[in-house]
Design a protein around this ligand. Structure first.
Ligand SMILES: [Mg+2]
Length: 386
């Protein structure tokens, strides 16, 4: 193990922010009014600092920050950033008992990203090139959390995405009435023509009705059916995947390598969608992606735009990166980001580290603290009657 003074961790800082969305996001499972961001800064003995982050859709950010602050951060003091894998394993092991996955994985992700940021800065390389550059630019797909929009508003949103240069699209499905879904998909198809369209049900269906739904949607030739069932239902997904006319995509609520392995080994998924933050960071995401590659699956990074761009640029053959309207740090006004989507593509950055510079002054307005009451609204209330 290296004992270079310049790469030893001297201190850490954890802070948590709750940033309101200009308008709510509504899927079949969630109504989201805020993003929460947990920022983790690691400072080396030589004064260099690296920033990582973790994010939630307005839920449990305080708990993640507390786990990071009180239990995980202190473990890193005096450690060498180049022992990254050993540090990741130690963080994971420490948080396994209250985890694994969920809050624990999100807390580990903040440190993992900060370690990568520091390693990139020490090497004066962008992290994607430190990992092993596989692309200089990437395609993104236009995505939105839009189950509550009226059909007219959905069409208008889709047209705006198309006019902005996007070539691939994803919409939410899972209205209680199947005919509503079919009418909305048909309206979107009319706008985008034969361009790729993905459908996302956010775990809405039960095994008894999933096949009927997927079969009905299939006439519109979707690229994939995302999260048709509960994320814990590996067997249900396997049975559905065996007969579904449309490939199955999932992974955004699967947070351990071993859970992904169960999906992959049982043939329950076609497009693997690990979320960099929810699996414990870049280090673990890469392992899950390689696991998917072994089974000849396509890896489609879920959400987490700024982190997904880095990992998708580091391994070959990723599906275009998800660009959720209103979800980027730039749209939220909380960071400068070196690589940003334009006309459906993103040119990857040469900035050392992760290429994300948080705007601490902008974030200060959104500081969150323990004891805050954060109501989580009922999604169905937003689309009733629309
Ligand atoms: Mg989804």
């Amino acid at each position: 193990m290296s004992h270079d003074m310049s790469s030893r961790i001297a201190g850490f800082n954890v802070s948590v922010f709750r940033v309101p969305l200009p308008a709510p996001w509504v899927s079949a499972a969630h109504a989201i009014t805020h993003h929460e961001h947990i920022l983790v800064t690691l400072t080396l003995e030589n004064g260099l600092s690296g920033a990582g982050w973790s994010s939630t859709m307005g839920n449990a950010g305080i708990a993640i920050a507390a786990l990071a602050q009180s239990y995980l951060g202190p473990m890193l003091i005096g450690q060498d950033v180049h022992d990254h894998e050993a540090l990741w394993q130690a963080l994971w092991k420490r948080s396994h008992q209250p985890g694994p996955g969920g809050i624990a994985a999100l807390a580990v992700a903040g440190f993992d990203l900060a370690l990568w940021d520091l390693r990139g800065k020490l090497a004066e390389l962008p992290v994607r090139r430190l990992i092993g550059s596989a692309a200089d630019s990437l395609e993104v797909y236009a995505s939105a959390v839009n189950l509550h929009l009226s059909e007219a508003a959905l069409v208008e949103q889709t047209r705006a995405f198309l006019d902005a240069g996007n070539r691939l699209f994803k919409i939410k499905v899972g209205r209680p009435d199947l005919e509503d879904d079919l009418s909305r998909i048909a309206a979107v198809r009319k706008v985008i023509g034969s361009r790729p369209l993905m459908l996302d049900a956010n775990q809405r269906f039960k095994p008894g009705d999933a096949l009927r739904r997927v079969t009905a949607y299939a006439r519109f030739d979707p690229v994939w059916m995302e999260e048709p069932l509960a994320p814990s239902d590996v067997d249900g997904h396997a049975r559905l995947a065996a007969v579904s006319p449309t490939p199955i995509a999932l992974g955004e609520e699967v947070s351990t390598r071993s859970s992904f392995w169960r999906y992959v080994s049982s043939g329950a998924v076609h497009y693997l969608q690990p979320n960099v933050l929810k699996v414990g960071g870049i280090s673990e995401w890469l392992k899950i992606a390689h696991l998917g590659n072994c089974a000849n699956l396509t890896i489609a990074p879920h959400g987490a735009l700024e982190a997904s761009i880095i990992v998708a640029g580091a391994i070959p053959g990723c599906y275009p990166v998800e660009n959720i309207e209103g979800g980027s740090f730039l749209e939220q006004g909380i960071a400068q980001v070196a690589a940003k989507p334009e006309r459906g593509r993103v040119i990857l950055s040469e900035a050392p580290g992760l290429g994300v510079e948080f705007d601490r002054a902008a974030l200060a307005d959104h500081a969150a603290s323990p004891g805050d009451h954060v109501p989580l609204p009922d999604p169905a209330a937003y689309y009733a009657g629309k």
